[in-house]
Design a protein around this ligand. Structure first.
Ligand SMILES: [Zn+2]
Length: 305
């Protein structure tokens, strides 16, 4: 009852303030019915971070305008059991963030069951000069299962509560990876951190982008020889695009800071990237400072344990 009342008050406040006009809001979905302790954990997060956390009880499908593309976000409701498994883990991970960082980044988190992404041409692109067609080799795909979809422009983060749940570490990293994409959008706008690519070796060229390597039909990227230890990258996916490189570093710093720290003395490029990521984040939100990182390190197990 408290959740329903709180959500209704927030919806009214946003309406009065003419904010929160994200497409998800217009869906008017029923909320999933949850056990008391799960609902209480969500209430606590909503109050601490001044955001909505929606757990739709109905399927939903929205289309977001991203330049020359329309992005389809399709979600199925999770079961109450799935939500009861996921919410404590989500609360633990999300709970690391300083409230100011979340307030500057998100208005809403949508937690659903299976989550699908589609991409098709935006009919408005190229007309009246509103959206430039920048991708000469367009990428279209339909109904691909996802762990999360960031909609940083509207301050909405969609997460699946049922994706790869047999790998808790992966679920934890997905939360931080996708959240960071929303931060990126707020920090740097659509262009990302323009100075980032210059931190690599001069001859290095990023791959064709995270979506293209995951959802495209060309498998070339995944069979390229990965660079050796000391190359500035945490994994092959980091080499797909600067924004994926950053999101992977953020996710690893939040979940396995000791492992990243162990690599730094042998990897000057990665060192530079970690320093830049931390410095730009602190510029964006002063509460993401040395104290914040120290607290995260103290809460995570030492490397190798
Ligand atoms: Zn990503």
């Amino acid at each position: 009852m408290t959740r329903i009342l709180t959500n209704a008050i927030r919806a009214l406040t946003r309406l009065l303030n003419r904010e929160g006009r994200d497409a998800f809001e217009s869906q008017r979905l029923a909320e999933l019915s949850l056990p008391d302790d799960t609902a209480a954990a969500l209430d606590h997060l909503e109050a601490r971070y001044s955001i909505d956390i929606a757990l739709p009880g109905d399927p939903f499908c929205i289309w977001l305008e991203h330049g020359q593309y329309l992005t389809g976000v399709e979600g199925q409701p999770a079961s109450a059991e799935e939500a009861s498994w996921y919410v404590p883990l989500f609360a633990e991970e999300f709970g690391h963030y300083p409230p100011l960082l979340v307030r500057k980044t998100l208005a809403r988190v949508v937690l659903c069951g299976e989550l699908f992404r589609s991409q098709k041409p935006n009919p408005r692109a190229g007309k009246c000069g509103r959206f430039r067609v920048v991708d000469s080799n367009p990428l279209h795909f339909a109904h691909r299962l996802q762990g999360g979809i960031p909609d940083g422009g509207n301050g909405v983060l969609y997460l699946s509560m049922t994706c790869e749940t047999d790998d808790k570490d992966h679920v934890r990293k997905t939360i931080h990876h996708e959240f960071y994409h929303c931060v990126q959008q707020r920090q740097f706008g659509g262009y990302g951190d323009r100075g980032w690519a210059g931190l690599n070796r001069p001859e290095f060229v990023y791959g064709p982008g995270g979506l293209r390597v995951n959802e495209g039909t060309d498998p070339t990227f995944w069979v390229m020889p990965a660079e050796d230890w000391g190359n500035g990258f945490l994994n092959q996916y980091s080499m797909s695009a600067p924004e994926e490189d950053q999101a992977e570093i953020f996710a690893h710093l939040l979940t396995e800071p000791a492992r990243v720290g162990f690599r730094l003395p042998a990897d000057d490029i990665l060192c530079g990237k970690v320093e830049r990521l931390k410095a730009t984040l602190e510029e964006f939100c002063p509460d993401v400072n040395a104290e914040f990182w120290q607290e995260v390190e103290e809460l995570r197990p030492p490397y190798g344990v």
